[in-house]
Design a protein around this ligand. Sequence first.
Ligand SMILES: NC(=O)c1ccc[n+]([C@@H]2O[C@H](COP(=O)([O-])OP(=O)(O)OC[C@H]3O[C@@H](n4cnc5c(N)ncnc54)[C@H](O)[C@@H]3O)[C@@H](O)[C@H]2O)c1
Length: 446
Amino acid sequence: MADANLSPAGVALKKNVQAHQAVVAVIGAGYVGLPLAVELGKESFPVICIDSNPERVALIRTGQSYIRDVAAADLAALVAAGQLTATTAFGDLSRADVIIACVPTPLTETKDPDISCIREVAAQVAAHLRPGQLISLESTTYPGTVEEVVLPLLAATGHQVGVDFFLCHSPERVDPGNAHRTTRNTAKVVGGVTAACQEIAVTFYEQIVPHVVRVSSPRVAEVTKLFENTYRSVNIALVNELAMLCERMGLDVWEVVEAASTKGFGIQTFWPGPGVGGHCIALDPLYLAWKARAYDFPARFIELANEINLRMPHFVKDKLVRLLGEAGKPLHGSRVLVVGVAYKRDVPDVRESPALKLIQILLAEGADVVYHDPWVPKVAPDGWFRHQLSSVELTDDLWPTVAAAVITTDHSHVDYALVCSRVPVVLDARNVTKGIAPGGGRVVRL
Ligand SMILES: NC(=O)c1ccc[n+]([C@@H]2O[C@H](COP(=O)([O-])OP(=O)(O)OC[C@H]3O[C@@H](n4cnc5c(N)ncnc54)[C@H](O)[C@@H]3O)[C@@H](O)[C@H]2O)c1
């Protein structure tokens, strides 16, 4: 669409965006928001980070990064230059030309979508809405959130979408801990509520990413993101099911998957593990399944994948009980060393981590659980633990007390050879012990 179809507010905003003079407010400065804010700052956009957590705001203000993918030096330089500021005050929204929401989208206790953060943010945006603002929701959410939840709140102000303000969904695809795939080199999907919303939003994202994919509506963008993560969840479940079948058949699942991966076409390699975790794969598919129910459509692949992935920590526990039994020990009363509580390699993130679920199960069965994770010094109480657990060092005094170890995260800098040489029974759920000689004990892969 050419500028001629944009309202005067749209024309002015587009020019401002192209000149990198538009003030951008990023609401929610976490794994998604902070890297984005820094990249925008580097492109000379004045950036305001708005976060409800005062500790995070204080850290940003002093140039300290709490997100591994954001270099403290980059953040500090932007803060020192006044290019990037941080606040807990939503009042600053009235200064923003572009507002990007990156707030959490968890599940409720009953595993339904909890979009309360999005509602809260939309209400704040509505309270400060003025003509000439672009609002982009980047949080992962169910189809219809932008048009059924956010739009009515904004439209109730009397401002007209596509004329006064511009609204889109552009899901974030960041992969924390992945140095090769970053905010800057990953294509961005954008779906605007109207053609004018789309034009302004695409123009904005073109300033910071190499490739912008236009889709016909926010709903398409919402489902695109959920499909991407459902694809991973389903394929991980498939290989986890294969792991359980291989166990029954007495086969090595790692050998099977490794052999299959040599085909080179028609198959993408996924590895089994103790379950799925993180804020995305473990949750997002359930957002889609929840919305599907409103269409009388049971999303069976999603539900089945979730069921299989949730079963994995129990499968790991059962296998551990068998291995301990073969070594003449009960689980009850035995000390088990869990190696890795982060949900994936080389990150400190424990959200939805299957290792925590495994610890919960082991504690419930009377095991004495200790853990080692160089990325996670403490696991905060979260209802699962009566007390906080601290990571133990892999020292000589530990070994005589440990009956078994379970490797649940494949962090880079852990001495797995040492664990294998000192612990009588090692259950490796991540295939990190491949090629390591057991050294007297027993090392069994999932
Ligand atoms: N983490 C990922 O790998 C990833 C990848 C792609 C998409 N996403 C999606 O992006 C969204 C954000 O995820 P994240 O991992 O960055 O979360 P996060 O928990 O790391 O960060 C969210 C931030 O929002 C702040 N916040 C919470 N409620 C707020 C409110 N009402 N007002 C202002 N600030 C508020 C929190 O203090 C926190 O700093 C989610 O929808 C998630 O599904 C996450």
